[in-house]
Design a protein around this ligand. Sequence first.
Ligand SMILES: [Zn+2]
Length: 143
Amino acid sequence: MSHKPVPRPDPISHVYWQRLREGRFSYQSCRACGQCWLPPAPICPRCWATDTEFIDSAGYARLLTWATYHRAYDPAFADSLPYVVGLVELSEGPRLMAGIRCDDPTLLRVGVTLNLELEPRENGFLVPVFVPVLANKREGHAD
Ligand SMILES: [Zn+2]
């Protein structure tokens, strides 16, 4: 297990992190208008209703954009270089920033399919990361 930063749940995100501890990655939804979003918020970002619920995600997403880090701004990530952080869109609609776990970031493309994995952190936390469904070889290379 790494010594990467652990989440700091607050009264708004507590349920989100607790569900992750149980292996359930979920997003927030508005009971008034149906809007879905992440990260957790006290009110619906569309209609400002406070009647919200958490819904389990199927764990499928696509990659919208990303950045590849070649320098660790936190020493805890030094062993992970280069690492990727991306904006992903869940199949249910919400978008979030998350770690993208891949061996070769040069293979990433906009729209690539991503599968959810839960990365263990200290104190029993699980953090959502996404793994791209990629071909095993670089474009233009033969077997
Ligand atoms: Zn709403």
